[in-house]
Design a protein around this ligand. Structure first.
Ligand code: KG4
Ligand code: ZN
Length: 334
């Protein structure tokens, strides 16, 4: 099945084409096209994403990206992110997809962006592994807008164990980067600066790490960094970045491993923009090995927003006969 995916939920305009086969028991994907137009340069002067600017850029970029596909032959279905995300940005993608699907006379599947992140690990699977060997699994989604832990019985059945009560992990990275006067988006900047800092230099709080539940909270940690910088303005910025990053990683890894133990999971799935962070991947992988679990995460370039994961998710929706309203749903959850 050939699927054309469209993603415009935030600040990346993305279009993809994938070939999907194998069904729910052995899904396999070939990426035919993966085109992303990043808006970072447009939003950077504002220190964050400006929704109406994002909309304007999506309107400008979508037809340009579509042209780059060259041929729309043999497309079986179009897929588009319907939520969650920024309302004006989502609307642009949904309307564009609606017109396109009509033009080529193909069905349109509305995709949940968060499920797109979760399913993106499928793109890194080796041929030998069977889907049934992966589950039950605990999935950690860490993005700019969400921090969620799921217990997954199968590819299509899960329950939410916990989520952030305030800022998402990526949001905390972006806000602390701003405190350190680093450009947007802050995650990759903090990661880079952390390489020359000492992660044990400052003992920032590990919010809610020792509470029994699986919720997260990162806004207090951001405030701790703010106060620390006020009182220690001469302090080495790299030490602050590295110590903050360590506090976030300890919290995410600690809770994820505990959930996997408590619920006797066989695997841990890691996804979302923050999972591009190498220290997080390394630390989680280390703990996963110690706990004798399996670890799955998307290929490096597919952690942050893209349209391949949207097409992959549409394939799973198609197989499981899940259908969503084709309308922008900014507050859609998982
Ligand atoms: O999944 P994503 O691309 O978009 C959303 O769905 O939100 O995630 C974007 C978030 C941003 O907050 C960005 O700072 C963070 O992911 N991020 C990182 C890294 N790369 C992106 N955070 C930490 N380390 C990174 N290397
Ligand atoms: Zn995302």
């Amino acid at each position: 099945m050939r699927i054309l995916g469209i993603e415009t939920s935030c600040d990346e305009t993305a279009i993809s084409i994938i070939e999907a086969k194998g069904g729910l028991l052995h899904p396999q994907f070939k990426i035919v096209k993966n085109i992303i137009s990043s808006q970072i340069a447009v939003h950077r002067p504002f220190g964050g994403v400006v929704p109406n600017l994002a909309k304007r850029e999506h309107i400008k970029n979508l037809p340009l990206l579509l042209k780059k596909l060259k041929s729309l032959e043999n497309i079986d279905t179009v897929a588009v992110t319907v939520g969650p995300g920024l309302a004006p940005a989502l609307w642009t993608g949904v309307e564009f997809a609606r017109v396109l699907a009509k033009e080529i006379n193909k069905p349109l599947i509305g995709v949940n962006h968060l499920e797109g992140h979760v399913y993106s690990f499928l793109l890194s699977l080796k041929n030998k592994i069977k889907i049934s060997q992966i589950f039950p699994a605990v999935a950690l989604i860490v993005s700019g807008g969400h921090t969620i832990l799921l217990y997954m019985n199968s590819l299509t059945k899960w329950k939410k164990l916990g989520e952030t009560r305030d800022d998402a992990a990526g949001e905390a990275f972006d806000k602390v980067a701003r405190l350190l006067k680093l450009p947007y988006p802050g995650g990759p900047e903090i990661e880079k600066l952390s390489r020359s800092g000492n992660p044990d230099a400052i003992n920032f709080p590990r919010p809610m790490l020792h509470m029994k539940n699986y919720d997260f909270s990162f806004s207090g940690l951001k405030t701790a960094v703010l106060y620390f910088l006020r009182n220690n303005y001469l302090r080495n910025k790299a030490d602050v970045a590295a110590s903050f990053q360590r506090a976030v990683i300890d919290t995410l890894v600690g809770k994820t491993i505990r959930a996997a133990r408590e619920f006797k999971a066989r695997s841990i799935l890691l996804s979302g923009g923050v999972s591009a962070n190498k220290s997080l991947r390394t630390e989680l992988r280390k703990k996963v090995n110690q706990a004798d679990l399996q670890f799955f995460t998307p290929p490096a370039k597919l952690n942050t927003d893209n349209a391949v994961m949207i097409a992959v998710s549409a394939y799973i929706d198609h197989l499981s006969k899940k259908s969503r309203k084709i309308t922008a749903q900014p507050n859609l959850t998982i």
